[in-house]
Design a protein around this ligand. Structure first.
Ligand code: UTP
Length: 472
């Protein structure tokens, strides 16, 4: 690597007002210079400028005048649908995509969120719970769906190491694929200049869960799926241990409707709950973020007093592979727009080299969201489920959506399944079991799987655990 940056590079940076990115060039070793040159070459300057110019515009809100509450099917048991989904799994027509590239800043753990111990009795991690659900699907249907895990620069190495040091939790390592999402530079709010994390290192942040689309496409995974006859992708997020991974009933509904994009729905619990809601507009499905839903719409009620716009999103989707490829090849990077967020981003001052720890929002970050793909589906469907049955995300270190509430949600669900087998636990006035209760995904993925098993009686005051299918 030359001792000076190329004239082309200097000219490009000058024309973009970004020469400061070369600050400290002399102190960089050849590898550091190469890294900087390669990183800068990957930026789309016109796009970054365009995004920066939009900073002052009020977020373009969707025109919700014609928004309707969408039709939501209920997730009722149906043997014909279950069979349809099961056959798709048996024939290897389904892949599972787990997005785990987030920084988990609210939880505040150093490791990827997937490495967080979360089950109430044995403390299994989120990654283990998800991997065991995939493994259990394979045991049941004879074919284990390939598991694609989206990581980011911060979570990639620790995620790979975690899976390999745990024997991939019993999964065939050749059926576990890691793919890294893209990144976007953070931009100074006041000047539009890219922020530096260190000399020669622009500050890069993962490009949002919607980044999975371009990453899957550009890294050849969607083509790989198509070549192997995989037609459906089950998408979910790492933070929810209650998720029913690729459950046959959901798959059956998706396949029967020839849907391109199907989503699970949880009822919004109050008008001001911070959850995105699905609406239907001109025959298409849109997800409106809670911050974009006008108050009067959020508060509208039906004659029975329930909320009109109550179809909340737990971020669980099924997509057809053809649909994902079509969206990925659409206009814009990865076919999905960027959302602009104001954040506090620590960085270095390129003039002095000093570290700056902002005390207020100083930067713009750019992220894409997977749900922006939904309006592109001509055929879509929504399936209503409950929080208790399928959705308890781990977001915060304390309070709502924290380790304590997520562990309790797992105990409650396990106790509800066991109740059907007449195994009961003392509970508090809200129905929460007083002891932790845990059922391994390898024992049961739902209450029906407990039929015919020899279940031990609970011992008073002791945690209850069904962990080993061979001992029941
Ligand atoms: P969240 O938006 O809840 O973010 O991600 P987070 O990283 O888990 O937590 P905070 O906001 O920093 O506290 C929802 C899901 O999307 C994934 C996360 O890993 C999680 O599964 N995600 C988010 C990505 O894979 N990449 C991203 O760039 C952002």
């Amino acid at each position: 690597m030359n001792s000076l940056p190329s004239t082309d590079l200097v000219e490009t940076l000058k024309s973009q007002g970004q020469q400061h990115l070369l600050a400290g060039w002399e102190q960089l070793d050849p590898a550091g210079r190469q890294y900087l040159v390669d990183t800068l070459a990957g930026f789309n300057w016109a796009e970054l400028r365009g995004l920066y110019e939009k900073r002052a515009e009020p977020a373009k809100l969707p025109d919700l005048v014609d928004a309707q509450a969408p039709v939501v099917q209920l997730e009722e048991p149906d043997t014909a649908l279950d069979a349809l989904g099961s056959v798709a799994l048996q024939r290897g027509r389904v892949a599972v995509v787990l997005v785990a590239g987030g920084q988990g800043s609210r939880l505040g753990s150093d490791l990827p969120k997937g490495c967080f111990p979360i089950t109430p009795v044995t403390g299994k991690t989120l990654y283990q719970v998800h991997a065991e659900k995939v493994l259990a699907l394979g045991k049941r249907h004879g074919v284990t769906p390939p598991l694609f895990i989206m990581t980011s620069p911060a979570t990639d190495r620790p995620t790979r190491d975690f899976f390999s040091s745990h024997g991939h939790f019993g999964l065939d390592p050749d059926r576990v694929f890691y793919f890294q999402q893209g990144t976007m530079p953070a931009v100074d709010l006041a000047t539009g200049k890219l922020l530096l994390e260190a000399p020669g290192k622009p500050f890069l942040a993962p490009d949002g869960h919607g980044g999975c689309l371009s990453a899957l496409e550009n890294q050849g995974h969607l083509a790989w799926m198509q070549d192997r006859g995989i037609r459906s992708v089950f998408y979910f997020q790492v933070d929810n241990p209650l998720v029913k991974v690729a459950d046959p009933n959901f798959l059956g509904r998706h396949l029967r409707a020839e849907s391109q994009a199907s989503s699970k729905v949880v009822p919004k619990r109050s008008a001001d709950e911070k959850v995105g809601v699905f609406v239907s507009m001109a025959g298409r499905c849109h997800l409106v973020e809670y911050s974009d839903l006008p108050r009067e719409m959020a508060e509208q009620r039906l004659a029975d007093g329930s909320l009109r716009f109550a179809a909340g999103s737990p971020a669980i989707h099924l997509f057809s592979v053809d649909f994902l490829r079509r969206v990925a090849s659409g206009s814009g990077q990865g076919g999905l727009p960027f959302h602009i967020a104001r954040k506090k981003v620590p960085h270095i001052d390129p003039g002095t080299g000093e570290r700056v720890q902002p005390d207020r929002e100083n930067a713009l970050k750019f992220e894409r969201f997977i749900f922006d793909a939904l309006p592109q589906a001509e055929r879509w469907l929504l399936v209503g489920v409950t929080h208790e049955g399928e959705f308890a995300p781990l977001k915060n270190s304390a309070g709502p959506d924290s380790p304590a509430t997520v562990r309790l949600a797992q105990s409650r669900l396990a106790a509800a399944w066991l109740d059907r087998r007449n195994i009961r636990f003392p509970a508090d006035e809200r129905g929460n079991p007083l002891v932790p209760v845990e059922i391994s995904p390898l024992v049961a993925l739902g209450p029906d799987d407990l039929r015919g098993l020899q279940l031990p009686e609970p011992a008073e005051g002791k945690p209850y655990l069904l962990d080993d299918p061979d001992n029941l």
